[in-house]
Design a protein around this ligand. Structure first.
Ligand SMILES: Nc1ncnc2c1ncn2[C@@H]1O[C@H](COP(=O)(O)OP(=O)(O)OP(=O)(O)O)[C@@H](O)[C@H]1O
Length: 245
């Protein structure tokens, strides 16, 4: 459903932010993308979503090449940025109606979907307000609603639970599970290891632009001796990588 093959990217000819990265996310899977600050997680997401051009490699979304068929590929993506600071002068409902029209979703279907997801996220009351007056968490929740309106095959979230209260975090995790269980793929970056362990079918670990691991939490635990928590495993992998360089 989502496939990266030998993807590389550097900014301004500096060290590669992403280096020969390959990974895949299958239908029905939740994939957690982990790594320390500056590892290349957001850059990878910007490459997948077509926000940044690739230097080399291939990215396919539902078999559509993000560079060769960008419009078709993007129709299959729902994206939530880490700090969603767009369309600030819109009201929440205006932003969602704009997305409805962009994706050509019938009004009645969109209304049902907005009502359904916004009520789960306790956002119905806020939709008539201006986005610029929303809190960080409210902006995030609005963009989450918007990203799901067109039922994307691949749902991509950059640090989705940052700044969310426990109830909203719980709801997002349930939305991820629902979305994957409908045969879609979910790909999200996080620093929160416990959340990756709790909801992900598989995880990828990246450091300094390179993939250190891709597989299930059980597989990673088998690979690294004498460790119990994912946090210890993560620290050990990152440490080994730094010592090797
Ligand atoms: N727009 C940019 N211009 C130049 N360098 C950039 C740009 N965006 C990211 N970088 C660099 O690319 C590397 C990877 O950054 P990226 O934001 O992808 O990491 P990240 O894993 O998302 O980090 P964090 O967890 O801190 O958000 C870093 O060295 C960063 O300084």
């Amino acid at each position: 459903m989502l496939r990266l093959l030998d993807v590389s990217k550097s900014y301004n000819n500096s060290e590669k932010a992403v280096h020969n990265l390959s990974l895949h996310v299958n239908e029905g899977e939740i994939f957690g993308f982990l790594g320390p600050n500056g590892a290349g997680k957001s850059t990878t997401i910007k490459l997948i979503t077509g926000i940044q051009p690739l230097d080399s490699g291939t990215i396919k979304i539902n078999n559509l090449d993000i560079e060769k068929a960008p419009l078709e590929a993007k129709k299959n993506i729902g994206y939530v940025a880490d700090v969603p600071e767009y369309f600030m002068h819109f009201k929440g409902i205006e932003f969602l109606s704009f997305l409805r029209d962009i994706y050509k979703i019938p009004v009645e279907n969109a209304e049902k979907r907005i009502e359904n997801i916004a009520s789960k996220l306790n956002m119905l009351y806020a939709l008539e307000g201006h986005i610029k007056n929303y809190s960080h968490g409210m902006k995030k929740k609005l963009f989450i609603i918007g990203s799901l309106l067109h039922s994307p095959k691949v749902w991509i979230l950059d640090e989705p639970l940052n700044g969310l209260d426990p109830k909203s975090s719980h709801t997002i995790k349930e939305l991820m599970k629902d979305h994957a269980s409908q045969g879609n793929a979910v790909f999200f970056s996080t620093h929160m290891l416990a959340i990756a362990e709790e909801v992900c079918h598989r995880i990828g670990i990246i450091d300094r632009g390179q993939k250190l691991f891709e597989g299930t939490v059980e597989e990673i635990k088998k690979n690294v001796q004498n460790q119990t928590s994912l946090e210890n495993l993560f620290l050990e992998l990152i440490d080994d990588d730094h010592n090797a360089n």
